[in-house]
Design a protein around this ligand. Sequence first.
Ligand code: IPM
Ligand code: MG
Length: 357
Amino acid sequence: MNKHIAVLPGDGIGPEITDGAVRVLHAVAKTFGHTFTFEPLLIGGAALDACGEPLPERTVERCLASDSVLLGAVGGPKWEQLPGEKRPEAGLLGIRKALGLYANIRPARLWRALADASPLKCAQDTPIDLVVVRELTGGIYFGARGTREDADMGTTAWDTEQYSVHEIERITRIACSIAEKRGGRIVSVDKANVLDSSRLWRKTVHAYAEVNYPHIRITDMLVDNCAMQLVKDPAQFDVMLTSNMFGDILSDEAAQITGSIGMLASSSLGDGTRGLYEPIHGSAPDIAGKDLANPIATILSAAMMLRDSFLLEREAAAVERAVGEVLDAGYRTADISPADASRVGCRQMADLIAERI
Ligand code: IPM
Ligand code: MG
């Protein structure tokens, strides 16, 4: 199989972790007889430095011409003072929107070898294996916003949470199709006791699923309760369906209970097969360039690309198996290492995984 992959390293640890994932993909190509070509492109702060904008037109064009996109992370203190539309994060939101990627899928599972890295006491004997399905191109991230001078209140800023039936239905369809292949259970998370947009969310999720996926069991949970339930009894969750902002927050929480945010992969999908694959963590500027980052979230994101965009199930499973073997062998990057035992850097971790493909 021939595939052309756009690679957007971005900022901070982005270049190191994408480099690791590309080396693993090279190993997959060699072992399974595929040809993968990689095209590096600018995004985020790196793009701001090079051409004054966080998402150059060329990056969008070339991503649209690719079979799939692998992304590192964006952002850093250097660009924090810039106005919203000029921040590196605007590049990430822009590419998600430009590629029509409305569904963000974030699996959180506890790797056997990492049970002691979880802050939860119950982690040793609780199977955590859930998927957060996060709406990605709507809600408060993309609603109207502004800042105004108010005579009485002083400077006032506002953002809007807004969802349409169309947006809710299409993300519900994705969640149902994922739940179908798993435990068949969805918890839809909202704030329907306060927000109109959540009341529409809840009503639409049930109306759509009852007609199109009657065999999927859907229950509702308020987001504050969900944050609590995640640390109290994470094993109760199979698929969690939620909005852009709630999904952003809950997926970080889900990541931490499985040991480290450095382990969590994600895929962002739309109606086609082209997706954007990225770790859920950020650019970690404090450890950038020190060979300390954990490349596993990005490597597992590459595995999701193999499975979801290229339908290469065997190859995806080989990557996941290699990650498991390296962890079972006791190798750890700093974020998941209890002491200094078998501590390896970003590069070596990626090479250890690549060797086992
Ligand atoms: C994520 C990140 C992004 C988001 C930021 C960097 C804009 O936190 O992918 O979870 O909020 O979507
Ligand atoms: Mg986030």
